[in-house]
Design a protein around this ligand. Structure first.
Ligand code: SF4
Length: 453
């Protein structure tokens, strides 16, 4: 750790403690203290926005900050700010860009890993349902990936599954060992106990993204009877001890209107969710029902609602498919993230079940330089319209071409599908979304031009 890093970290930690003592007065004072030292124009812009945000007590981001300071245990707020903003976003990103330039490959910002394919639920359309059960990444393998990742500049790790909390002890062990990284587990939360909630609050750098698909009826439709009640009980346990969590929602043809409603988002805020992550249903696996794919009207509704809520609700919302404009299109293939499944296959994305490299036989850097990842790098963006970013859901021919050129294999060991079959299932949805997305894109571009003039 360099002297410069230690000084920056200590200053940030002190600043946080200062704000926490009296947020009302000290937040504005801190901005004024920092102002003379800011040199970069975009840093000045951020400071200006923070100033404006704090000047308005009704501003949703001010209310969000106040809620976070009130709700989260002190070490949680500190770990998240230090690890996420300082280590992952600033220091890690700089290292990653240097490695990228040296090796001519993508280096991600985040790595998603599956500790296990086992799960205590069986939800229809879950990507994990299509991997054979009984596969695991050992504690040593997970640790090895994190160690390699940090050397490349990656400080953000996510877990999916299977149900990652079947490996809760290992997750806590890794968070303790890699106390400079930040972790997030996508979980059904039915295994959260008061003891585990306490451990998560104490370790401070693991957030839970809790799967919920609407209120009880809509949720239990795909996830099984009684699941909603267990989910909200877990939220109560986590909130009471100040552990960080949010919701993770799959929207599909039957629940979009409900999960895009103000009532749903308000209920999640009331339960203590600090963030919410929306994903859309993907027809993965031979038994997946294509009729659960959202209509273009539903996808547009989600796009509009998330924008509306971002401007007024005290919660951080992400829409995995419709937020392409914020990250200039698809983030997969190591551009910003990748997925390593419980068999060790290194996939470009959790929804793209093809690989040509296994982490048990290659280093992380070798995986990033593999033919499939280089195909992603070469062919990105898959559409000039970032509201149609996906090489599967929006541009299915793009994925077929990349998988075939890289001679990648299907990673669904029990229910594998040729890439042409998966692509065919998305073709109609892609065709129907195209004109709607193009209309929204033109509107957005026109608005941006108007603001710039
Ligand atoms: S491959 Fe599709 S789902 Fe995955 S990150 Fe890219 S756009 Fe999103």
């Amino acid at each position: 750790m360099s002297v410069k890093y230690s000084v920056q970290a200590a200053a940030l930690r002190e600043a946080l403690r200062y704000v926490r003592r009296n947020p009302e007065q000290n937040f504005a004072r801190l901005i004024n203290l920092v102002r003379p030292f800011v040199r970069m124009p975009w840093h000045r812009e951020i400071l200006q926005q923070a100033d404006e945000m704090w000047a308005d007590p009704g501003n949703n981001w001010r209310r969000f900050t106040e809620r976070a300071l009130r709700q989260l245990a002190p070490n949680v707020a500190e770990k998240i700010v230090m690890n996420f903003f300082l280590n992952a976003a600033l220091i890690g990103a700089a290292t990653a860009r240097a490695v990228e330039a040296e090796h001519g490959c993508n280096v991600p910002w985040a790595i998603l890993m599956d500790p296990t394919t086992n799960c205590n639920l069986r939800c229809e359309g879950c990507w994990a349902g299509e991997y054979a059960r009984g596969a695991h990444l050992s504690l040593e393998e997970l640790d090895g990936i994190i160690q390699q990742g940090k050397e490349l500049g990656v400080y953000f790790y996510l877990y999916s599954g299977g149900e990652p909390l079947l490996r809760a002890d290992d997750i806590v062990t890794l968070a303790q060992k890699h106390h400079d990284a930040v972790f997030c587990a996508f979980t059904n939360a039915t295994l959260v106990t008061p003891e585990l909630a306490g451990q998560l609050a104490e370790v401070g750098n693991v957030a839970l993204a809790i799967s919920v698909e609407g209120f009880d009826q809509a949720n239990d439709f795909r996830r099984g009877a009684g699941t909603y009640a267990k989910t909200v009980r877990a939220m109560d346990l986590l909130r009471e001890v100040g552990a960080p969590f949010g919701f993770s929602t799959c929207y599909h043809a039957e629940n979009t209107e409900e999960v895009a409603s103000e009532g749903f988002v308000d209920a999640m805020i009331e339960k203590g969710c600090m963030f919410g992550w929306y994903f859309t249903y993907m027809p993965l696996g031979q038994h997946a029902r294509t009729e659960l794919l959202v209509t273009p009207e539903q996808r547009q509704l989600m796009y509009e609602r998330v924008h509306e809520f971002r401007a007024k609700k005290e919660i951080f919302l992400i829409d995995f498919w419709n937020d392409g404009p914020y990250c200039a299109g698809c983030i997969a293939g190591g551009r910003h993230y990748l997925h390593i499944n419980a068999h060790g296959d290194v996939e470009p994305c959790a929804f793209i079940h093809y690989a040509d490299t296994n982490i048990r036989e290659a280093t992380l850097l070798e995986a990033l330089k593999s033919p499939l990842f280089m195909q992603y790098r070469e062919h990105y963006p898959f559409n000039e319209n970032h509201l149609r970013p996906c090489p599967l859901l929006d541009n299915p021919d793009a994925l077929v071409g990349m998988v075939n050129r890289a001679q990648a294999y299907s990673t669904q060991r029990q229910d594998n599908e040729p890439v042409e079959v998966v692509a065919d299932k998305c073709r109609e949805a892609a065709k129907r979304w195209g004109p709607v997305a193009d209309g929204l894109w033109q509107e957005q571009t026109a608005k941006a031009v108007k603001q710039a003039i």
